[in-house]
Design a protein around this ligand. Structure first.
Ligand code: FES
Length: 78
């Protein structure tokens, strides 16, 4: 039986790796997963959402997801 509580957004306790940052707690999507997708050319918000399900639950993470995409997009729009 899995009684793992919904993880908080942000860095998990004990981690200092920015790739471990949980961007979407509902769907357990980390910064590293998003960066990997972006490195493979998936940079648009709706595509990131489709691939990871980030920001498709409660939606509270959407502002952080958009901010993250803007910070890491290079010269393309999120
Ligand atoms: S925290 Fe991302 S949808 Fe709820």
């Amino acid at each position: 039986m899995n009684e793992d509580p919904k993880p908080a957004r942000g860095l998990p306790a004990g981690s200092t790796d920015p790739r471990d940052e949980v961007i979407c707690a509902c769907n357990r999507v980390t910064a590293g997963e998003i960066l990997d997708l972006m490195a493979r050319g998936t940079r648009r918000l709706f595509l990131i959402q489709r691939e990871t399900k980030a920001a498709t639950g409660c939606g509270q993470c959407k502002p952080r997801l958009v901010e993250f995409l803007i910070q890491n997009r290079g010269d393309q729009k999120p």
